[in-house]
Design a protein around this ligand. Sequence first.
Ligand code: HAM
Length: 442
Amino acid sequence: MALEIRSIKGTQDILPSDSWKWQFVERQFLDMAALYGFSEIRVPTFEDRGLFIRSVGDTTDVVQKEMYTFTDQGGRELALRPEGTAGVNRAVIESGLITGALPLKLSYVLSCFRAEKPQAGRYREFHQLGMEVFGSQSAAADAELISFVHGFFDHLGLQQIRLEINSIGCPHCRPDYHRALKDYFSARKEGLCPTCQERLERNPLRILDCKCPSCQEIAKDAPSGLDYLCEDCAAHFESLKKRLNALQIDYTVNPRIVRGLDYYTRTVFEFISGDIGAQSTICGGGRYDGLLKSLGGPDQPGIGFAMGLERLLMVLEAQKIELPAPAPCDLYIASMGEEASVIAMSLTADLRSEGFAAECDIVGRSVKAQMKYADKIGARFSMVLGDSELESGRASVRNMADGSTVEVELDGESLSRFLYDVELSRITDSLDVSGIPGFDKL
Ligand code: HAM
């Protein structure tokens, strides 16, 4: 067997051995987001290319080097989304959501596409769990988002995730900082890569996050944006720090964090793990107070973050955090002969409608092969239906772990009751009620 067409470099299949972990983390994220008052939004995988040029910015690596663009049959210039913020901003304007109740709090789980050089933790198709808040200028919104991420990591059991924050100012103070950067880099122009030499004129801030080693070396000693913040931006940053201190969230101020996207203003932040190698940023975000307006929407501020699901799962694995595996098949109903197979199928349907994971043979195999399969899928109980079981209306249910059996009547209700009782005793056995007054007799 030789597979002729293979998956594209930088993409991954998420197989059943892993997909349950994805589902678990996604569900935890959306459920916790709901507790904070966030509702899920889903936006298209591809958008007008211009949307990303205007929001992410045409001097960023993402737009200049990494975007998957194509022209469709109608001659439209489109792009696969390299991130979620641009699409969500467009959607809230287009739908009118932004003119409803504010703050507007949205969460999302989506795939993104960037033509980066693949390596561990860096893919060409990857997934983000993200949140965006619209309509709050206050540093309280920044603190709430950061505290969500902090709480979410804590909830998953992650440890030693570093939080770094910075402020990159606003349109009032940014020009001064740009000037300082321009002066600094102009004096060292020869050492910059050709893209950064071009960026020098249009957007010197972008040189700070260029991935070229020579640019990174020069950028190390560049002026810090914190020294150029206007009074309002400085006060905003102080307010954020005060709130993080009150929430007892540890952070370091890192003036080198500028993020690789153009829409940011004021607060930017990253959560970093030391456990997964070079691609160590598992979450990045920040404020974008001018983005909605620049896309033709109202002058409302915004802030958000996105975390890379692949990287998050890598950290969970590196820290050996066990996620709750999905429940296996509760009961496998094996059958011998056509009549028994029909009954097995309807009993299976009855159990499923009661919420139990039940399975029966759909291949037409021997009982021996069916039982082998039940064992392979980790069924907790099994039973075999043959002529004598159909005649007596009873069958023995076998505990696959210890081989013990129990006689049960052959109808959906009796089987469900049996599985309920098993489930109940499993729960009560696992409960530790010793410290709860009045529960000592359970
Ligand atoms: P970003 O920093 O470009 O920000 O991406 C966010 C996260 O996505 C990164 O921290 C990383 O975990 C993950 N990520 C990025 N590129 C890759 C890749 N090639 N392979 C695997 N994971 C990757 C944004 O995308 C912003 N939209 C975040 C945001 C939302 N800011 C405000 N709101």
